[in-house]
Design a protein around this ligand. Sequence first.
Ligand SMILES: Cc1cc2nc3c(=O)[nH]c(=O)nc-3n(C[C@H](O)[C@H](O)[C@H](O)COP(=O)(O)OP(=O)(O)OC[C@H]3O[C@@H](n4cnc5c(N)ncnc54)[C@H](O)[C@@H]3O)c2cc1C
Length: 399
Amino acid sequence: MARAFDAIVVGARCAGSPTAMLLARLGYRVLLVDRATFPSDTVSTHILHPLGAEALSKWGLLSQLAATGCPPIDTYCFDFGPFTICGAPGTDTSPVAYCPRRTILDKLLVDAAAEAGAEVREGFVVEDVLVENGRAVGIKGRSKSGDVTAERARVVVGADGRRSFVAEAVRPKHYDEKPPLLAAYYTYWSGLPMEGRFENYIRDMRGFAVAPTHDGLTMVIVGWPYAEFAENKKDIEGNYLKTIELVPAFADRLRGAKREARFVGAAVPNYFRKPYGPGWVLVGDAGYNRDFITGQGIMDAFHDAELCAAALDKSFSGARPFEDAMDEYQRMRDARVKAMYEFTCQLATLEPPPPEMQQLFAAVHGKRRAMDDFARMNAGTISPAEFFAPENVNAIMAA
Ligand SMILES: Cc1cc2nc3c(=O)[nH]c(=O)nc-3n(C[C@H](O)[C@H](O)[C@H](O)COP(=O)(O)OP(=O)(O)OC[C@H]3O[C@@H](n4cnc5c(N)ncnc54)[C@H](O)[C@@H]3O)c2cc1C
């Protein structure tokens, strides 16, 4: 078998399609495969924070998303009961978020990869990672028609999500692991206008979030501690609505709305995986996962795609050895997400914040700049490390 591709990317959603697109745009020969066909849905809500929208804009894809009628979101609100913090989540150049259905976003991404020149095979299940002398050299997989084919490449990119087949095959080192902390169910409602707001309600060991999406629908996701996952499964709708009733004003709004879809639920583990080794790399959830409570996954996948494609370019072009380039990818990925990982895992416990944090949030309330920073921190526009830095906390408390 000749080596036909520079990269084979397994998984064609938020991490895989942009990685394939960016490599193909650099002139590399890329094969992108997914067992799914597109458009198709996946178990995920879909807040795309402003820096995620910025990546789409940089790639020339944001106008396509906006043209699908996805409503922009310019305000994030966090209702703690006694007070609500509302702020602007973005930057001057990327001021708004979106909440695009994955049927639409993922199709747009896979089409962009094909447009860039990647060969796309949908309905193709990877069943084997080919390894020679300890090095990944390709894949073997089955097409929809049942044909089994093997393909070779300089690198196999695992963009195949949390249950990554590629990661399972290459067995990367795991670190900073935490078990599932939160369980959540979501569905879609008509007749629940949001006027550009992403609303979050935080109550005792419960929380829910609400955002407008395509087709005039509004996504409402409700969460409780993972310890209650099994028990609450016995009556999903009852527990979902009971949680909403903790906020009577919102429950009134929901009574005027109509549920348009079934409930979908999930709980996820938190982990980092070493994202490279001989002949293979990992991007997106395959390499790093954090609870979805802060809605970082799609944006993180976009950032991984950029970092990883740039690192592979350095390696393929001979500018840097593979190990060096990928080590930098890992360090940059981890440095970018570390503080948000800790913040996310803390939030996902749904435990009340410690008293000093409650005092800080109360002090943020009503101060325009601090409220915007709070929204920007939750959006990942600024790091929690920056927001919770002693000088920033002192300035907020003193103001
Ligand atoms: C309930 C829930 C809510 C969430 N809410 C948000 C949110 O609001 N905002 C946000 O940013 N993130 C959210 N996330 C996280 C987000 O869904 C993920 O971070 C994101 O989908 C990661 O993209 P990915 O491309 O790495 O993996 P995935 O989207 O999981 O895609 C992996 C692809 O790999 C393919 N694949 C897997 N195995 C094979 C194989 N053997 N052969 C061929 N193809 C294969 C699959 O078919 C799939 O298409 C949420 C997640 C959950 C579970």
